[in-house]
Design a binder for this molecule. Structure first.
Ligand SMILES: CCCCC/C=C/C(=O)SCCNC(=O)CCNC(=O)[C@H](O)C(C)(C)COP(=O)(O)OP(=O)(O)OC[C@H]1O[C@@H](n2cnc3c(N)ncnc32)[C@H](O)[C@@H]1OP(=O)(O)O
Ligand SMILES: NC(=O)C1=CN([C@@H]2O[C@H](COP(=O)(O)OP(=O)(O)OC[C@H]3O[C@@H](n4cnc5c(N)ncnc54)[C@H](OP(=O)(O)O)[C@@H]3O)[C@@H](O)[C@H]2O)C=CC1
Length: 301
């Protein structure tokens, strides 16, 4: 199997299928939760303009929460805002923010407090990576992934917690990471960053307990979203082989888990990692750009 060294998606390529749940799906999909479950909650979701963050935003609004979303791409945020308004009649708050920029993060948290009157739950979902053999990472590429997924998530957590400490109000942080239990070839940068977030979260669950702030992570396996554009079509044909269920999950699977942790049902869950991967931790292969021959050949008897 040929193993391309680099895959850079072409943003103008209209021939590739659009993946992930549609806005109609997100507006009407059945949920196990009662209609007013999140009534009165104020929830900020980073990366809420697409994929799992967008699904979580739709569901939270449908369950009565006041929602804010951020991301770098203003247009994406406005499209999601309009779709949620059309489906529910509720206007969400949007603010274009690069989570790698601590000053922009400070402004975002201040705006959310001003406009929503406070913050109850922060969902750190913004992130991503590109597939590449680790040995070929450029310095800039390594730094981009670490800065987004580890530093960006940290700036968000710290700024939210500072405000909760000042106001003397409780807080709840849900970090979307990845299933890194067995590592993930061609995603070593993200594994390093996500492992950092998982152990940061476990530590903060204890350090911030006196502030009445809970911190948990959700580790998705292979979840079909718009983000799949980062991977070649050939690779996507194999993504279901990542788990023993031989399926891709969808954004709703993760949105419902986020909702569970945001709801009173999550009251006593702290410092934990919920894996949603169809069993990927037990069996399956990812290798987005194909395995080296070494792994396809028979080994020693
Ligand atoms: C591995 C299997 C996992 C399967 C399951 C997981 C799936 C998902 O997570 S799907 C969700 C995917 N969504 C995303 O990844 C979206 C967000 N991702 C990004 O925005 C980028 O990937 C980012 C994290 C690197 C963001 O960085 P940014 O600074 O915006 O990126 P640049 O485009 O400016 O690139 C900076 C630097 O990074 C290197 N690089 C970027 N893309 C690639 C690539 N496709 N291949 C190799 N290297 C790449 C490169 O060094 C870039 O610098 P320049 O060369 O000067 O452009
Ligand atoms: N789909 C999957 O199989 C898996 C996904 N994940 C992770 O789950 C999260 C959601 O992914 P998914 O919904 O699939 O993919 P998407 O690509 O749709 O979502 C990623 C979101 O993060 C935002 N984002 C990226 N970088 C930044 C930044 N520097 N500042 C602010 N926002 C940023 C993007 O918005 P914008 O471009 O506008 O900035 C985008 O909305 C990501 O962290 C992803 O890596 C983990 C495991 C598996």
């Amino acid at each position: 199997m040929s193993r391309p060294k680099v895959f850079r998606p072409d943003p103008n390529d209209t021939t590739r299928p659009k993946r992930g749940l549609t806005e109609d799906d997100l507006a009407s999909r059945e949920t196990v939760f009662r209609d007013d479950l999140l009534s009165g909650q104020r929830i900020l979701i980073t990366g809420g303009g697409s994929g799992m963050g967008k699904a979580a935003a739709f569901l939270a609004v449908r369950l009565g929460a006041s929602v804010a979303i951020c991301g770098r791409d203003e247009e994406k945020l406005k499209t999601t805002q309009a779709a949620i308004y059309e489906a529910t009649g509720t206007e969400i708050l949007t603010q274009s923010t690069n989570i790698r920029d601590p000053e922009a993060v400070e402004e975002l948290i201040a705006t959310v407090h001003d406009r929503l009157g406070g913050l109850d739950t922060l969902v750190n979902n913004a992130g991503g990576q590109f597939p590449q053999d680790a040995i070929d990472f450029t310095r800039k590429g390594w730094l981009a992934v670490i800065d987004t997924n580890l530093n960006g998530t940290w700036w968000m957590m710290q700024e939210a917690a500072k405000r909760w400490r000042t106001d003397g109000t409780p807080g709840n942080i849900i970090n979307i990471v990845a299933n890194v239990e067995r590592g993930m070839p061609q995603a070593a940068h993200t594994c390093a960053a996500r492992a950092g977030v998982i152990y940061l979260s476990k530590t903060l669950a204890t350090e911030w307990a006196p502030l009445n702030v809970r911190v948990n992570c959700i580790g998705p396996g292979v979840i079909e979203t718009e983000g799949f554009v980062m991977y070649p079509e050939e690779a996507l044909k194999r993504f279901h082989q990542a788990n023993p269920m031989k399926q891709r999950g969808n954004a709703w699977d993760v949105a419902e888990a986020i909702t569970y942790l945001a709801s009173p049902a999550g009251r006593f869950i702290n410092g934990d990692l919920i894996i949603i991967d169809g069993g990927q931790a037990q069996w399956g292969v990812v290798w987005p750009a194909g395995m080296p021959d070494y792994f396809n050949e028979g080994g020693a008897a």
